[in-house]
Design a protein around this ligand. Structure first.
Ligand code: ATP
Length: 258
């Protein structure tokens, strides 16, 4: 019943407040995301973007507000490892791959990880092998499957790490500045990849690179001072005077109008 599924939110935050010694990194934040969305979150430095990701993974616990994942998981009261098990995956900027293992072995290790199976020593069942094959295809790393991960290019390492998260079949993938340090070609490939990934799971991307956001985002959320400033299609958000205002003095010409 796709209609029902689409209507349901993968994420629902209500009035979420996170204070650090009285300073509100998130200040009554309301945020909703539907299943299958590729959502970009932008905002000036200190807007609360990283704090939002920290709340979603259970790393930071809000003082106020509710966070509901998948219509049933009370995020603020669930241990971090349980949130991973429930399907929230986060990719940090620095890849955490095993450099001395091949691309395929990295994926085997990741595929075995979720169920506590020792993927490196034993054989994976056919279902997991099939999942690895599928994901290799998706991230276009099939030709590199036998290559040691340590020698991959920067972009390829990032895609491998995304693939390692995808073989664990998350419901929600959180990405923190996925294109930082990438070449233009790598950024374009990553944009296409994120759109493809969104057909398998919901994706929330925190991003600074405005050109990338313009090229690949459909729906954008703008945070400012720990609150939701505005939200909507990328063109509408870019033209919003409030968004222009908060970016002025922060290289607006370079970041937004380039
Ligand atoms: N552990 C902490 N202790 C104290 N203050 C913190 C802590 N974590 C974040 N902050 C503050 O909360 C505010 C929001 O930080 P956050 O990192 O979420 O912003 P951001 O939007 O991710 O910014 P950036 O784009 O610079 O990464 C900042 O002013 C930051 O200094």
């Amino acid at each position: 019943m796709p209609q029902t599924t689409n209507a349901k939110a993968i994420l629902e935050l209500e009035e979420v407040t996170v204070s650090f010694d009285g300073f509100k990194a998130l200040d009554g934040l309301n945020f909703r995301m539907a299943y299958g969305e590729l959502r970009f979150v932008i905002g000036p430095n200190g807007a609360g973007k990283t704090t939002l990701l920290d709340v979603l993974t259970g790393k930071t616990r809000p003082q106020r507000g509710t966070v509901l994942f998948d219509g049933r998981v009370n995020v603020t009261r669930t241990p971090e490892h349980e949130l991973v098990r429930q399907g929230i995956a986060r990719k940090f900027q620095t890849p955490t791959i095993f450099p001395s293992l091949t691309v395929y072995e990295n994926l085997e290790a990741a595929a075995g990880f979720r169920e506590g199976v020792v993927g490196l020593m034993g054989r994976l069942d056919p279902e997991r092998q099939e999942r690895i094959e599928e994901v290799l295809e998706l991230v276009a790393l099939r030709p590199r499957a036998a290559v040691r991960a340590g020698v991959l290019a920067h972009g390829e390492k990032q895609w491998l790490e995304m693939a390692m998260l995808l073989v664990q079949e998350p419901k929600l993938l959180l990405l923190d500045e996925p294109v930082a340090g990438m070449t233009r070609a790598e950024r374009n490939r990553t944009g296409e990849l994120l759109q493809a990934i969104a057909s398998r799971c919901s994706v929330l991307v925190v991003e600074h690179d405005m050109e990338f956001v313009r090229n690949f985002a459909s729906r954008v959320t703008v945070l400012h001072l720990g609150r939701l400033l505005t939200e909507g299609p990328v063109a509408q958000v870019q033209a919003d005077p409030r968004v222009i205002e908060v970016y002025i003095g922060r290289s607006y010409q370079a970041e937004i109008a380039a």
